[in-house]
Design a binder for this molecule. Structure first.
Ligand code: NAD
Ligand code: UFG
Length: 346
């Protein structure tokens, strides 16, 4: 049992990881400013994990750029945190091109602030949400962790900067335990349909878009590009079920706390790529609902193919994904069907 601080724990990935960590017997303190999430997600996490004892999940509304807010969260428990799991940040690629200052402030300055407060409180273990977006246009697919880091948008630049900052911390003094987890494309939801992804406005990402077409909120899907050098011309991604991702975090925390101080960097993906058209077919098959779509132009900044080489994490942590593309479609749909308008019932 560990005491963990979860930044951004009310968000899509954070809420699922909180559930897995509570089920693993850990006690959690969440700090989130709710700029991109609802208070309801963590209430539902409590329901699902049947946490009756309020001391097992404490929630603080606060901003990671504010040292006072962070210190409040650190003061919530008597001892030091065993680890911080750091999800809080901004993640929309398009928005990052329009507002780079905001992205550098929240993602980089926010993390700098968090590390300072961690150091002051004698906590030197952190799991960081990094991204496959770091690889830009990779030379090698499936892509191993050793591939070049050359992001192509401000969001990716901020993730690369934080990874560099974490490496600098690790070499500045002994004792730091750091895991940079590079997620590929997290999708799906907890199979209960109680928690899931709830984007603001029209979704940018494929799974929420398809789900909103299926539920009747959107008319049709536009497939961005049909001339990519792939199996059917649409772009290929490595979609990973958010519950697999959550379990990967639990393994990474155990591994960090068991071993010697070190910095580890892992891809979290399945190693399998599916095209947009294959995803549409899988979704239609699982749900029995037809998804109207039309072929459109390539989206600026997209790559043809992004697939993880997940062998390093399998070798070091003995962890690999268990859930299929059908599971991802089934669970995304269960969430969307039960919550057509996400956490707020319009
Ligand atoms: P999300 O937006 O659902 O969750 C992020 C959470 O952080 C939200 O609850 C938001 O309110 C909170 N937050 C934002 N700014 C904050 C601040 N200044 N102080 C405190 N809280 C703040 O996003 P997510 O999909 O759950 O992503 C979590 C992390 O994983 C992010 O760092 C993201 O960059 C990274 N990531 C996500 C994906 C993806 O496709 N979803 C892929 C790779 C990496
Ligand atoms: N797509 C469509 N139509 C849509 C939405 C998406 O055809 O309406 C296509 C995209 O062009 C892409 C694929 O579906 O080929 C997946 O797109 P997403 O927007 O769901 O995901 P991305 O691969 O573009 O990027 C996501 C996150 C990034 C993260 C990256 C790698 O949005 O933040 O995965 O982790 F960095």
């Amino acid at each position: 049992m560990s005491q963990l601080l979860i930044t951004g724990g009310a968000g899509f990935i954070g809420s699922h990881v909180c559930l897995s960590l509570l089920e693993g017997g850990n006690n959690l303190v969440v700090i989130d400013d709710f700029s991109n999430s609802s208070h309801q997600s963590l209430q539902r996490v409590c329901e699902l994990s049947s946490v009756k004892d309020e001391r097992r999940l404490k929630v603080f509304q606060g901003d990671i750029r504010n040292p006072k807010d962070l210190q409040n969260a650190f003061d919530a428990i008597d001892s030091a945190f065993d680890a911080v799991v750091h999800f809080a940040g901004l993640k929309a690629v398009g928005e990052s091109c329009k507002s780079p200052l905001r992205y550098w402030d929240v993602n980089v300055n926010g993390t700098r602030c968090l590390l300072e407060v961690m150091k002051n409180n004698d906590c030197r273990t952190i799991v960081f949400s990094s991204s496959a977006t770091l690889y830009g246009y990779p030379d090698q697919v499936p892509t191993p962790e050793s591939a070049d880091i050359r992001p192509v948008n401000p969001y990716g630049h901020t993730k690369a900067a934080v990874e560099q900052l974490l490496a600098d911390m690790a070499s500045s003094e002994p004792g730091w335990r750091i895991a940079c987890l590079r997620y590929f494309n997290p999708v799906g939801a907890h199979p209960s349909g109680l928690i899931g992804e709830d984007p603001n406005g029209t979704p940018n990402n494929l799974f929420p878009y398809i789900s909103q077409v299926a539920v009747g909120r959107l008319k049709e899907l536009e497939v961005f590009g049909c001339d990519w050098p792939t199996i059917d011309g649409s772009a290929v991604r490595d979609y990973i079920h958010v519950m697999d991702l959550a379990e990967g975090h639990c393994e990474a925390i155990d591994f960090l706390n068991r071993g010697k101080p070190q910095l580890i960097t892992f891809n979290l993906g399945t190693g399998n790529g599916y095209s947009v058209v294959q995803v549409i077919d899988a979704f239609e098959k699982v749900t029995g609902i037809e998804i109207p779509y039309r072929m459109g132009l390539r989206r600026i900044g997209d790559v043809a193919c992004s697939v993880a080489d997940p062998s390093l994490v399998a070798e070091r942590l003995g962890w690999k994904t268990k859930r299929s593309l059908s599971d991802m479609c089934r669970d995304s749909w269960a969430w969307q069907k039960a919550n057509p308008y996400g956490y707020c019932h319009h």
